[in-house]
Write a protein that binds this ligand. Structure first.
Ligand SMILES: NC(=O)C1=CN([C@@H]2O[C@H](COP(=O)(O)OP(=O)(O)OC[C@H]3O[C@@H](n4cnc5c(N)ncnc54)[C@H](OP(=O)(O)O)[C@@H]3O)[C@@H](O)[C@H]2O)C=CC1
Ligand SMILES: O=C(O)C1=N[C@H](C(=O)O)C[C@H](O)C1
Length: 233
């Protein structure tokens, strides 16, 4: 498979290593200095860039009938536009806030736990995410997906980085050198707390998941998520 890497930073380079190991070819590497993107050289594109560029990358791919897998976070105000363009062009597009298998299992666990905790009003829910200091967005895309999982299964209506009101889930976004990605959810009461946590040891899990998603999307038409790729039962 001929892959275009739209964004060739920490994730782009981790994806390149795994894609080459799996027998693929990298035909384009785009960074902030790239002046043109000859996307039609590629069979599939993988976008891990910056929030301000993600929609431009995705729409360029869809306009040129190139399937695109995006992992860039912090651009979701344009997500519905990307979905509409994909449907109009009969293209193939996937976004996931986190491509690792472990986090996708964690998303399911989070939803299950939220459902159980819904009527237990003595518990207060909160979330913490920790990432490296170069991260541009806060909270992380993964934290937003986790918050959406809680909102869908409880009376909570929104998340906040500030002091929460009764309807809100507080998210504490911490930035610490070299941390690849840690997310935890805590339900605290006067007598105990329940905490679930996912800790990434490195970027390998995100990168492998993105390459598997790119292999999977080739030849398909539609708007997909990582849930479509993984058979979590
Ligand atoms: N969904 C998931 O599983 C994961 C998502 N992410 C997300 O992926 C994104 C990238 O993360 P990461 O690789 O760590 O970030 P990096 O900062 O290491 O890489 C970003 C890349 O985008 C490029 N870039 C910057 N400006 C432009 C521009 N104007 N046009 C084109 N490219 C540009 C940078 O170029 P240059 O090198 O020249 O600066 C760099 O190659 C983030 O949004 C992050 O949150 C990260 C991990 C997992
Ligand atoms: O920027 C990162 O590094 C990461 N970003 C993603 C996010 O915002 O959730 C996924 C992962 O946690 C690493």
């Amino acid at each position: 498979m001929k892959i275009a890497l739209l964004g060739y930073g920490k994730m782009g380079q981790a994806i390149e290593a795994i894609a080459l190991e799996r027998g693929h070819e990298i035909v384009l590497k785009i960074d902030q200095f790239s002046t043109e993107i000859p996307i039609t050289q590629a069979d599939v594109a993988i976008d891990f860039s910056i929030p301000d560029k993600a929609y431009d990358h995705i729409s360029l791919c869809l306009e040129n009938n190139i399937p695109v897998v995006s992992g860039t976070t912090g651009w979701l105000q344009d997500y519905s536009k990307a979905v509409a363009l994909c449907n109009e062009k009969k293209g193939a597009f996937m976004y996931a806030s986190n491509y690792s298998v472990g986090v996708n299992v964690f998303f399911e666990l989070n939803a299950f736990l939220a459902k159980m905790m819904n009527n237990l009003t003595q518990y207060n829910v909160s979330m913490e995410e920790i990432h490296h200091t170069q991260k541009l967005d806060a909270p992380s895309g993964t934290a937003i997906t986790l918050a959406e999982g809680i909102i869908a299964n409880t009376s909570k209506k929104a998340w906040t980085l500030d002091s929460p009101n009764q309807d809100e889930i507080p998210i504490d976004a911490k930035r610490i050198e070299h941390v690849p990605g840690t997310h935890s959810i805590t339900y605290d009461s006067d007598v105990d707390f329940i905490k679930i946590e996912h800790v990434a040891h490195s970027r390998q899990g995100f990168a492998l998941g993105a390459v598997i998603a790119a292999e999977w999307i080739l030849g398909k038409q539609g708007v997909f998520s990582m849930k479509d790729v993984l058979n979590l039962g």
